[in-house]
Design a protein around this ligand. Structure first.
Ligand SMILES: Cc1cc2nc3c(=O)[nH]c(=O)nc-3n(C[C@H](O)[C@H](O)[C@H](O)COP(=O)(O)O)c2cc1C
Ligand SMILES: [Mn+2]
Length: 498
């Protein structure tokens, strides 16, 4: 089924038993957060609140809160499938024979077909309000007790590069200052912040709320600046995203969005933004950010408002982050083919830790990979890198701890460095810069100075395992789940069918 809009998506969630509707009145001030926090941590359904105090709009939340729903949104069985489709295109070789040419054309076509279309008439403009446009009709949540105010938490913030004219879509939270102004929390390393720095004077901004789930997701993905997130969304959907020209600004927005906020900010005008209970699990402090001034609100008839809560992990954003981790593995392998797999623990807020398994081929290889991670896109903000051998399951944190404990000599295997850190990281003494640490938990080679014999992992012989397999039922052990392997073997959590 094609999911062109948030409504299609809600229908799909309902049919799949993944949606719970709440008709009782709920308060967008703290109460929804408490309900959602419990629901997310219990692996519960998406929630559609029909009756939000102070607003006539229903509020959708927890749409991405489980692996299954993230897969449903992307139309895949496993998150790795998406990466595989991308690597198909990335690894496109000059075609050899005719059959090869046809196949390559198919792959290229799927790329060309990803380019957003422009439509004249769009659902998101069924209702257009310019005079007297206000944010007061939206059920904007105040998530945590010490938050600086209500925040729009799941927006697609659309801006244009002042030099190239290229579009950017970013998921940046927006603090409600007044009926017509918002704080634009694009952090220093993000693309919209670059759009802001590189120009002068007024900068137009459009904010889409409630786009189709893939377009929404794309705003959270660390896509290189010169690539339009909506094109990536089109590729992931297998269907281009329809866009429409805004009414009061020169920007195009997803045509099927529920609500669009049009406006601008003036370069040079900043206002205090924060505090906000963030995905680090801590409040981020008050800092100056640009001010969005509303010029129009357009929306569908009976719009639905989308929201998300972040806070002490795990939260709903875990699965947006995991989708990104899986989708970007092939791109990472383009420059680092030695990487077998990687894992960014959600509990490490994604940027605090990366576990990487590699096919080690030469002395010092693990350190090369650490430095590469510290030099790649937004991954460069990673604080700790753990490198393990190819057979280790990076998603099995028990196995990773085992390797760290068993293989690391802190006098030899720790690499300290320095570099940029995440905008939200409160640990470094100075904001934005600080230390990096790498752990080489791979087997140490003689060529790396190891003077003893590195021991073998304790593994059962294959013939014994096969014999026990054959006897399992006869031993009356049918009810005991058969372990995948007695010896460490790769088991990809994201490769499991559900
Ligand atoms: C729920 C959620 C909220 C986010 N809030 C912010 C934010 O307020 N500011 C920010 O700079 N990044 C935020 N991010 C991360 C960005 O969306 C992400 O870094 C994305 O790559 C930014 O787009 P860009 O690469 O085009 O700048 C958030 C991500 C998620 C999943
Ligand atoms: Mn971008």
């Amino acid at each position: 089924m094609r999911i062109d809009s948030l409504r299609d998506w809600i229908e799909l969630l309902r049919r799949e038993g993944e949606l719970h509707e709440v008709t009782a009145e709920v308060d967008p001030y703290l109460e929804i957060t408490e309900i959602v926090d419990r629901t997310v941590k219990a692996g519960g359904p998406a929630l559609l609140f029909r009756n939000v105090k102070g607003s006539s709009m229903p509020l959708l939340i927890n749409q991405f809160g489980t692996e299954r729903r993230m897969c449903l949104a992307l139309g895949v069985e496993r998150l790795d499938e998406v990466g595989e489709r991308i690597s198909d295109v990335l690894e496109l070789q000059p075609p050899q024979g005719l059959a090869d040419k046809v196949r390559s054309l198919g792959k290229l076509k799927s790329f060309v077909d990803s380019i957003p279309r422009t439509v004249r008439k769009a659902p998101c403009q069924e209702v257009v309000v310019t005079d007297g446009a206000t944010l007061d009709d939206l059920p904007i949540m105040t998530c945590w007790p010490d938050d600086g105010g209500p925040y729009i938490t799941l927006p697609s913030v659309i801006t244009k590069d002042p030099v190239t004219g290229g579009r950017n879509v970013g998921m940046y939270r927006l603090q409600k200052y007044s009926s017509t102004t918002l704080g634009l929390h694009w952090q220093i390393h993000k693309d919209a912040a670059a759009d802001w720095r590189e120009g002068a004077g007024r900068m137009e901004v459009a904010i889409a709320l409630g786009a189709d789930p893939v377009s929404t997701y794309s705003g959270s993905a660390p896509i290189p600046k010169h690539i339009d997130e909506l094109m990536v969304a089109g590729f992931l959907r297998g269907e281009p995203v329809d866009t429409v020209q805004c009414v009061t600004v020169d920007l195009k927005v997803p045509a099927h969005a529920e609500i669009v906020l049009e406006g601008y900010c003036e370069r040079g005008e900043l206002a205090p933004e924060g505090p906000f209970g963030d995905h680090t699990g801590y409040y981020t402090p008050v800092e100056p950010f640009p001010v969005f001034r509303l010029t129009a609100v357009t929306h569908r008839r009976d719009p639905i408002y989308p929201s998300i809560v972040v806070g002490v992990p795990p939260q709903e954003d875990e699965w947006l982050g995991k989708a990104t981790e899986r989708i970007f593995l092939p791109a990472l392998r383009m420059t680092l083919p030695e990487i077998v797999d990687y894992d960014l623990p959600a509990a490490g807020a994604f940027h605090n830790c990366a576990i990487v398994s590699i096919r080690k081929a030469y002395p010092g290889h693990a350190r090369k990979v650490m430095h590469a991670i510290w030099g790649t896109g937004l991954l460069s903000l990673t604080k700790a890198v753990v490198v393990v051998d190819d057979w280790v399951d990076v998603h099995d944190y028990g196995q990773v701890m085992w390797q760290l404990g068993a293989n690391v000599d802190p006098a030899r295997d720790v690499q300290l460095s320095e570099g940029p850190l995440d905008h939200l990281d409160h640990a470094p003494t100075r904001q934005f810069v600080g230390g990096k640490i790498g752990f080489d938990a791979t087997r140490t080679w003689t060529a790396e100075g190891y003077t003893r014999e590195w021991p073998e992992v304790v593994r059962m012989r294959d013939d014994v395992r096969a014999a026990v397999d054959a006897r399992w039922e006869a031993l009356g052990l049918a009810a005991v789940p058969r372990p995948g392997a007695a010896a460490p073997r790769r088991r990809t959590r994201f490769g499991r069918r559900r």
